[in-house]
Design a protein around this ligand. Structure first.
Ligand SMILES: O=P(O)(O)OC[C@H]1O[C@H](O[C@H]2O[C@H](CO)[C@@H](O)[C@H](O)[C@H]2O)[C@H](O)[C@@H](O)[C@@H]1O
Length: 287
């Protein structure tokens, strides 16, 4: 079910209120988007992930109608800018990327990444992780993604991705704790990263900075739960928001932690693009 303009009808009162607020005052609204699984289709090799071809055209139309568009991702901010195709794009001059769960920030206007100093635990972990995975009996196909200021252990390419992930959970948590790092679980991945940031805090700070009157957030993975919490906190404080969920199109089951809370569900990145296009058409035709 959707509106005549092609925007899915929010399933909840809070979502209806949030969408109405965004439509009433788009110039004071922020659209916040996760990268992998929302803007970029999920693929086996994270280095091959690229934004869906419809993303940049859709954002070019939408961004000038809003206060801001922000990408909130676990990726390094500069890498998300590159894989998204967001650099030097007319219409996206004000795009912001909050990378590494908010530790890094990239602004299209400068093309610069702002980041804190490296956490010393990551270098120590880098030296120890391959042996630790061997000791834990990690299944063939388990591999390490070196993200610079974090390390992610992927199991998607093993024979039993969920079983391998479950078996690695305890040893990786022990290892992370020993190096003063946090564990960030995701789709067939456990990331060991510096603590102290999450997508919720990053989103809240960005919305404060923009003095945003309404927000639409779209996520797909466990890292987005903190952003959902942040939007719900803002809603409780009287600031409208819409929670969007980009559901898997690859045969994976939906993630209950988001699917059960979402106001809007769309089918993966193609569904996100369709939503962004419908939204920009509606906003552009306002009297
Ligand atoms: O916050 P996000 O933008 O969703 O990034 C979170 C993690 O995404 C990546 O992993 C996921 O996407 C991969 C590419 O499609 C896929 O192979 C993997 O199974 C997914 O978990 C990325 O590799 C991680 O570094 C990010 O933390």
């Amino acid at each position: 079910m959707g509106t005549p303009e092609g925007i899915p009808t929010p399933l909840t009162e809070a979502g209806l209120t949030g969408l109405a607020a965004l439509r009433a005052e788009p110039g004071r609204a922020v659209v916040a988007l996760d990268f992998d699984g929302v803007l970029a289709p999920i693929v086996a090799d994270p280095d091959s992930a690229r934004a869906h071809p419809g993303v940049v055209p859709a954002l070019r139309r939408l961004a000038p109608l809003l206060d801001a568009v922000v990408v909130v991702t676990g990726r390094p901010a500069g890498l998300a800018a590159e894989y998204g195709g967001f650099t030097g794009v007319p219409g996206l001059e004000h795009l912001t990327i909050l990378g590494h769960y908010g530790a890094e920030r990239w602004d299209a206007q400068t093309g610069e990444v702002h980041a804190p100093a490296d956490h010393p635990g990551v270098a120590a972990l880098r030296a120890e992780l391959p042996r630790a995975l061997e000791r834990a009996g990690a299944a063939e196909g388990t591999w390490i993604e070196d993200k610079g200021r974090a390390l992610a252990v992927h199991t998607r390419r093993t024979a039993d991705p969920d079983g391998t992930l479950a078996a690695l959970d305890a040893p990786l948590r022990e290892l992370a704790a020993r190096h003063g790092l946090a564990v960030e679980p995701g789709r067939m991945v456990l990331e060991l990263r510096p603590p102290g940031v999450d997508k919720g805090a990053a989103l809240t700070a960005f919305l404060e900075e923009r003095k945003a009157a309404a927000v639409l957030y779209i996520g797909d993975d466990l890292g987005d739960v903190a952003a959902y919490d942040a939007v719900e906190d803002l809603r409780a404080a009287g600031r409208p928001g819409v929670l969007g969920y980009s559901a898997p199109t690859t045969g994976e089951p939906p993630l209950a932690a988001l699917a059960e809370r979402a106001d809007l569900v769309v089918p993966g990145p193609p569904g996100v693009v369709a939503l962004l296009e419908a939204l920009s058409a509606v906003l552009a035709s306002r009297p």
